[in-house]
Write a protein of this length. Structure first.
Length: 441
């Protein structure tokens, strides 16, 4: 068995902590067995290993999440990057072809796909072996995990079993609560987004769209694949589907209401709460304190991207209110460290300035690059590093300033942990104004 973890999403429902770069699975709001902060993706990976599943794991994700995956899981997994966002069928097909060719899978070996962020007990992950066995024994072409419902939810899809054959009879996507109750009474399960199939099965499906003999050839033709979910393209067209039932704790931590149910800490960051607060959570990523008095059933979250103050139940409607918020994330996690936007100003002469605080980890460096329409000023505030400008290298430390004009090639490497303030000045301050170049330190 090989495993694919699907990592996507823009994190609108957990704004302002999550954004297009830092999705919900990377928020370190949970606690591990030692009481240390951990993210959803770290928890899931640990649970897979604890369940005794020692196999190749690949994460299917987009370029914008690559650094975050590596920061949270290190080099313990392979990462397959979608050339472009095209829904779950192309993403799963691409990752499956990577496992098939790069990991030398046989056609009869089973691939199990699951989300990167379910909140479940260890038994959930132990059942992956049972799903594998059903597919390996040719009981079905696809294996699914059904989650035993705890209430009639209109938020989830349902798997409808055929009690006579033991296979799956059909599916119902997000029914009304009344209809969901009827489905539950007939034995329907929540669809938890777990799929299992043989490598040869998915390769045959892929060949219906493209011809290929290697992973690279699949990757090159990615844009040809239909932009459709795996459920619609594969699962709902298949008649031989088996289901394994999971009866235990399972939560989709996609809203502040559900996430705070499993958080150990009522407050994180610089927070003062009065004793009269009830069932409230405050998360503060800013350097200024938040003081909360008498809050009841509230979630308050503050980050460089903004501030949320919401009654917990109402937080499930957050997404519709964040559509008009600036898409430029003010906090960014990268392989080299992190960046926070401190200030952005438009001036009367048409120019703008963008001020960032950068933290670069010891031994890491920024890409060697140049800009066509902006200048930059770097002020070192802590640590020691080397700056290269137009192939000339000099050592820098606290108090040193570097002026980088548009068209100048530049980079910086941290000899120790390094903090600096970056000020960008120009007519257009976008990430598209970056030409990456080669430089060997």
């Amino acid at each position: 068995m090989k495993i694919i973890l699907l990592s996507g999403g823009s994190g609108k429902r957990l704004w302002p902590l999550s954004n297009d770069i830092r999705s919900k699975q990377f928020l370190k709001l949970l606690k591990n067995e030692n009481g240390e902060p951990e993210s959803m993706v770290q928890r899931v990976y640990k649970q897979i290993k604890t369940a005794g599943i020692d196999t190749d794991i690949v994460v299917a994700t987009g370029k914008n999440q690559e650094d975050s995956i590596c920061n949270h899981l290190g080099n313990t997994v392979d990462v397959v990057l979608e050339p472009e966002r095209r829904d779950t069928f192309p993403a799963i097909a691409l990752a499956s072809s990577y496992l098939y060719y790069q990991k030398s899978m046989s056609e009869d070996e089973v691939i199990v796909v699951l989300p990167v962020d379910p909140y479940a007990e260890l038994e959930y992950f132990s059942l992956l072996k049972e799903i594998e066995n059903k597919v390996a024994a040719r009981e079905a072409n696809i294996g699914l995990m059904g989650i035993k419902p705890t209430y009639p939810s209109a938020k989830y899809g349902y798997i409808i079993p055929d009690n006579k054959t033991g296979l799956v009879k059909g599916f119902q996507e997000k029914p009304t609560e009344d209809y969901a109750q009827q489905l539950i009474e007939k034995g329907a399960m929540w669809n938890g987004g777990v799929f299992a199939f043989k490598a040869g099965y998915i390769m045959d499906k892929l060949k219906q769209y493209i011809s290929f003999n290697s992973f690279a050839e699949v990757e090159e033709q990615y844009s040809v694949l239909p932009k459709i979910s795996f459920d619609y393209e594969i699962v709902e067209k298949e008649s031989a589907i088996a289901m394994v039932e999971y009866d235990g704790i399972w939560k989709d931590l996609g809203t502040w209401n559900t996430l705070t149910e499993v958080m150990d800490d009522k407050k994180i960051g610089k927070v003062l709460m009065s004793g009269s607060c009830e069932n409230s959570h405050i998360i503060n990523e800013l350097d200024i304190p938040i003081t909360v008095l008498g809050a009841k059933n509230m979630v308050i979250a503050a980050s460089p991207d903004g501030i949320l103050v919401s009654e917990k139940h109402e937080s499930s409607y957050l997404k519709e209110y964040t559509n008009d918020i600036s898409k430029m994330p003010r906090y960014e996690e990268s392989g080299w460290g992190e960046a926070k936007v401190l200030d952005y100003v438009d001036y009367e002469d048409g120019k703008s300035s963008l001020t960032k605080s950068l933290f670069i980890k010891s031994g890491e460096s920024l890409n060697y690059q140049e800009h066509a329409v902006r200048d930059e000023i770097w002020t070192i505030v802590d640590g020691i590093g080397d700056i290269v400008i137009d192939d000339h290298v000099r050592n820098v430390r606290r108090g040193d300033v570097a002026y980088i004009m548009k068209g100048q090639k530049h980079s910086i490497k941290a000899i120790t942990d390094l903090r600096l303030i970056e000020v960008q000045i120009g007519n257009e301050l976008t990430e598209s104004d970056v030409k990456e170049l080669e430089w060997v330190w």
